[in-house]
Design a protein around this ligand. Structure first.
Ligand SMILES: [Mg+2]
Length: 234
């Protein structure tokens, strides 16, 4: 019997990527007002990819970078990439600052997820397992989205664990031990296979992948082979 749901936060419960794109679109409109509507969308999506690249780089090599440093690096890299194909001019410093000032304005727990959390039976253990977000920031986000800390058994941020980032077997084990749960009684729900699902699966926890970036899903090599053959035939 399932007794426990463990939710990743970014882009599983919340709308991180679409919030990033919305904020970048607003800054692009200010700095490049003559762009057409399609360019705003595709440039904002590209900037989001550079943002994540920069965020990962900070995790791996520059742990002292602030969010401002991460944004500045992302915008500079995107601008270099764009300059080679398009004749656009932006002030990367000012662009980064403008983005930083509104970066969280569109962030919310997805309405469908709010509804789901509220409708879940109360004996169920419910956890948020977040990478990098501070607990006060998560609680603030819940409040802005008509949820609160009490809707969850515990909010777990990697920031509370020294030298532990996702993927983490230790943090999942912390949940199992503290609440006397068996792996087979738990489900991990996330949008990142390596960060969220891999350690859970290794421990024997069931996994659900949630992603709008997946057009086809293969969970075995045989399925993958069939899917590729179908693509090639089209
Ligand atoms: Mg995520």
């Amino acid at each position: 019997m399932i007794k426990c749901l463990i939710f990743d936060l970014n882009d599983t419960l919340d709308n991180t990527n679409s919030a990033i794109i919305k904020a970048f679109k607003i800054v692009l409109k200010k700095h490049l007002p003559t762009l057409n509507q399609n360019d705003f969308q595709s440039y904002a999506q590209e900037l989001m990819v550079f943002f994540w690249q920069s965020d990962r780089l900070a995790d791996l090599s520059y742990p002292n970078w602030t969010m401002d440093d991460i944004i500045k690096h992302a915008v500079k890299k995107w601008y270099e990439f764009k300059k080679t194909t398009k004749n656009i001019k932006i002030n990367a410093e000012r662009f980064s600052r403008d983005y930083g000032s509104i970066r969280n304005d569109f962030l919310t727990i997805k309405p469908m997820m709010v509804k789901l959390i509220k409708a879940l039976p109360s004996p169920l253990f419910k956890f948020i397992f977040s990478q990098g977000n501070s607990k006060p920031d998560i609680i603030n986000l819940l409040h802005r989205s008509s949820l609160n800390e009490n809707d969850f058994t515990e909010i777990i941020s990697t920031k509370l664990f020294k030298e532990e980032n996702k993927p983490s077997i230790n943090i999942l084990n912390y949940i199992l031990r503290k609440y006397s749960l068996k792996p087979k009684e738990c489900v991990m729900i996330g949008d990142d296979v390596c960060a969220d699902l891999m350690p859970a699966k290794i421990l024997g926890i069931k996994t659900i992948l949630s992603s709008t970036y997946v057009d086809a899903l293969s969970t075995t090599d045989l399925q993958l082979s069939t899917l590729i053959k179908k693509c090639v035939k089209k």
